[in-house]
Design a protein around this ligand. Sequence first.
Ligand code: NAD
Ligand code: UDP
Length: 330
Amino acid sequence: MTVLVCGGAGYIGSHTVYELIDKGDDVVIVDSLETGHIKAVHKDAKFYKGDIRDKEFLTNVFDKENIDAVIHFAANSLVGESMVNPLKYYDNNLYGTKVLLEVMIEHDVKKIVFSSTAATYGEPERVPILETDKTEPTNTYGETKLSMEKMMKWTDVAHGLKYVALRYFNACGAHKSGEIGEDHHPETHLIPLILQVPLGKREAISVFGNDYDTKDGTCIRDYIHVTDLAQAHILAVDYLMKGNESNVFNLGNGVGFTVNEVIETARKVTGKEIKAVMAERRAGDPAQLIASSEKAKTVLGWKPEHADLEEIIASAWKWHSTHPDGYMDK
Ligand code: NAD
Ligand code: UDP
């Protein structure tokens, strides 16, 4: 089977490509390298550098390759940036997806698995969050992801294009080989930022708010290993290839950790002090986000294999301590 991975040079995309190739699939990657890295591209994948909004370019890829299914990661995903430059998010996340779906339909490729996010929920009414809970995003990024889901829904109605939307919670960790890992510019995610302290790249980690209604006052999140996310994409493609209906799944461990607990675990893993300083709340941060992933477990047969936070942080530490400057291609 040949799978087209849009955004396969990015963090979650590159890890998914590694798993697809391990499984024996042929992989074609389309990536503009806007935030991805050429060094994250698996040597056995076929790589096309280009933008999914460029219809001529994308059509050429679909003409040349015999694509059976698409996994779509290509998007902008910085919450803060999405609030100051919302139209950039509408252009890339929505217009980009619109062009991709058009080209898919024109080539009779009608199966797509794509990255959605916990940010589609906004402030949750309860935890753990179920897929049927209300979706009221509190930022442009989450809104564009929810709109992508709806674009797929109506494209299914009109054209029979089947999709799986995977709503990830907090992606983290790195591949067991130590060859690929997380390298975002700017980095905004908690675990890589914490690990910059023992690497000597940052004096302290700022804790964004300690007056939330949680056990230690800091925000609670559900941290999920990137390889477990990658496996869920493979299961979702299988699910569609078997002729199943379009669907939406949460992907998380169902366990929440406070920011302080994550910092404490990083101290244990690295054996380093890791200074933490209290800071203001970050605008738009819900107090807690925890997934119910029962649906993914039951319907897709998904089983996270790296649920232990210490193991997750150890895998991230292995990557960052051996690649303190990431891929160094930017
Ligand atoms: P990333 O920035 O590392 O990867 C995105 C990739 O897509 C990059 O390689 C980038 O160059 C490419 N890209 C972006 N726009 C493109 C375009 N128009 N044409 C071609 N390539 C393009 O991000 P990531 O952290 O790997 O996230 C992957 C997906 O998962 C995103 O859609 C993101 O919104 C979603 N997501 C991420 C998280 C997380 O915790 N990292 C959580 C929830 C959802
Ligand atoms: N956070 C923090 N300091 C940082 C970065 C993040 O305290 O330097 C907190 C943030 O407020 C949130 C949690 O860590 O509660 C996870 O943030 P991240 O940006 O990694 O993911 P998000 O949950 O926003 O998708």
